[in-house]
Write a protein that binds this ligand. Structure first.
Ligand code: AMP
Length: 325
């Protein structure tokens, strides 16, 4: 069975892109490799296909992701009614770098459940492994150009968001699209794993810290509270726990696990949650959060809220366990 492509929708996206001289591509705050790589790959592909356009990938950069490509600084006042392309985020309040942007139209491409952003051309598909998979399909099945660099970034985003094709979001289409990327561009994919997974020794020690300090309760909920002091001790940043949380996917005793990281700058706690069974995004939505059924995040202001979230997740684990009996 081949991959089913909605060519009409993909052509609508390209048609919209063609109409605008200036295009701003944005994604969510606190970007992960899927967000950054989809943004940079789409920018580079549009520029390769339409060299006369001005295309900007915006938002705050992350030092360790600079190797994927450099983001653009843009003065919004100098833009005249640009097209806004929003990738990998369903809620406007989490889009990074578009304050005061006088955009005319929105294209949205995303694999999260729908929230308040509705694109004038909207491609939302929660069955896709990653936004990079979607951007890859857009490029592979339209006249947008694929270069080796574009394919490399898309490969990295797919591998990262599917945790090396191991998560529930991986389908035969994920493999099919990835195969086409490799075939069409000749990328040397084994070397790309280096870019994604080689980390400093201090980060490995931090992983050991999490493993040693993760509490697992009787219902299969694992949780850890990571203080700012600990982040400093291991020389890691506030985004690091979310980048590591998928690595805890294969622990027998865990059904759901949650990393709570102190965010001193914003006087908040940054929450990452993953699940091997219970649906967690609904629970996260009660704590200023959201995400996918089995991979969610949230932000809370107090330890009291953190403890309530832990209780709710533990209850969900218990109910899930009871149903399975
Ligand atoms: P993370 O644990 O940060 O990798 O996030 C996992 C998923 O939850 C991603 O799809 C995020 O887009 C989503 N997410 C994280 N934080 C929030 C938030 N505060 N509000 C809504 N969705 C979030």
């Amino acid at each position: 069975m081949g991959i089913i492509i909605n060519k009409k929708l993909l052509n609508q996206i390209v048609h919209e892109i063609k109409k605008y001289k200036e295009i701003v591509i944005a994604r969510h705050v606190g970007p992960d490799p899927d967000a950054i790589c989809s943004q940079i790959a789409l920018r580079d592909s549009i520029l390769e296909t339409f060299p006369d356009k001005k295309v900007y990938a915006v938002g705050v950069g992350v030092a360790k992701f600079k190797k994927f490509g450099i983001l653009n600084k843009v003065n919004v006042e100098e833009l005249e009614n640009p097209l806004l392309i929003v990738l990998d985020v369903p809620n406007m309040y989490r889009v990074d770098g578009i304050e005061n942007l006088p955009y005319q139209s929105i294209i949205k491409i995303d694999h999260h459940p729908k929230e308040d952003i509705i694109g004038n051309v909207d491609w939302t598909d929660t069955e896709k492994s990653s936004t990079c998979q979607m951007v890859a399909e857009l490029i592979l099945y339209t006249k947008l150009k694929l270069t080796t660099k574009v394919a490399q970034n898309l490969f990295l985003g797919i591998v990262s968001d599917s945790e090396r094709f191991s998560l529930k979001n991986t389908t035969y289409e994920t493999f099919d699209t990835t195969k086409e990327l490799i075939k069409e561009s000749g990328i040397d994919f084994p070397s790309l794993y280096d870019a994604l997974y080689t980390r400093p020794f201090s980060e490995h020690k931090f992983i050991a810290y999490i493993t040693n300090n993760l509490t697992i309760d009787e219902n299969g909920l694992g949780y850890i509270k990571i203080s700012d002091e600990v982040l400093k001790e291991y020389n890691v940043d506030i985004a690091t726990p979310s980048n590591l949380i998928n690595g805890y996917n294969f622990i027998d005793e865990l059904l759901v696990w949650i990393f709570i990281t102190e965010d001193v700058k914003n006087n908040q706690y940054k929450i990452s949650i993953r699940s091997r069974g219970p649906v967690i995004n609904e629970i996260a939505s009660h704590y200023h959060g959201g995400g996918h059924k089995f991979a969610s995040g949230a932000k809370v202001d107090s330890m009291e809220e953190v403890d309530n979230l832990i209780k709710d997740l533990s209850k969900a684990c218990q109910e899930y366990g009871d149903k399975k009996l």
